[in-house]
Design a protein around this ligand. Sequence first.
Ligand code: CP
Length: 312
Amino acid sequence: ARHLLGIEHLAPDEITTLIDLADTYATDNRAGKTHRDVLAGMTQINMFFENSTRTQASFELAGKKLGADVMNMAMQSSSVKKGETLIDTALTLNAMHPDLLVVRHPSSGAVDLLAQKVNGAVLNAGDGRHEHPTQALLDGLTIRRAKGRLHRLSIAICGDIAHSRVARSNIMLLGKMENRVRLIAPPTLMPAGISEFGVEVFDDMEKGLQDVDVVMMLRLQKERMDGGFIPSEREYFHRYGLDAAKLARAKPDAIVMHPGPMNRGVEIDGTIADDINRSVIQTQVEMGVAVRMAAMDLLARNLRAARAEAAA
Ligand code: CP
């Protein structure tokens, strides 16, 4: 493929190829082995129209580890603030011939639109409520490393499913890899028609967490609840926050995940987030660098092949 826009477009064998390569990069990163030849001579532009800590930092680090020339566009101080549109911004940057464009945008579908206007490879770093493919891939790698496999597991995704691109991408990836996915959320935060995706739906944490292998918590995304019902944090934690009593329903060796940013005492008890015997939250961050290296490596190979074919 030319771009990485969503898990929706990936076949199970493509997911496995990406995760296998990322696993190798993760091992090499821990050993301090570098791969600066992989993207040598390539230019990577990171365009984040929405805030980020993990995704932006890990894409930047991944590009540098692979030898790309990495430029971070400061979108808050760009001409977007003077009214320049997303497409005009994309065309302007395209004229500078970037090879890889990493884009985060608050509107669902904006990254797909941008990908149609540029010559380089586009990686979706999160668009609205739509997809966050590299997050689902890093979650898949984290699960596979912790559980020894990424199939036939029972995985609960809990919290604000309705506003979550992380949930959407994970539902697709985990389903394609033949896992059993349960969604647990208050009815107001559960998207209508979601059971069509082959998931089980619960509004009770204790029932939904029964005997699961993986507990994936999500942040309450108040910034996307424009005018809608916002639950009180206290009440929400009581009913849907992950604490020791609720986690006791899961398998004794169940792992706890959270994509971040995390709100302690709202969707997760801080002591559980910090429990190194259960929580793999820091591993998720570590795997994020490796997954982004793998994604850019594979897209760069395709880009080089397409250019060689065009030149022949
Ligand atoms: N998980 C995630 O996308 O985090 P950031 O918003 O910090 O990039």
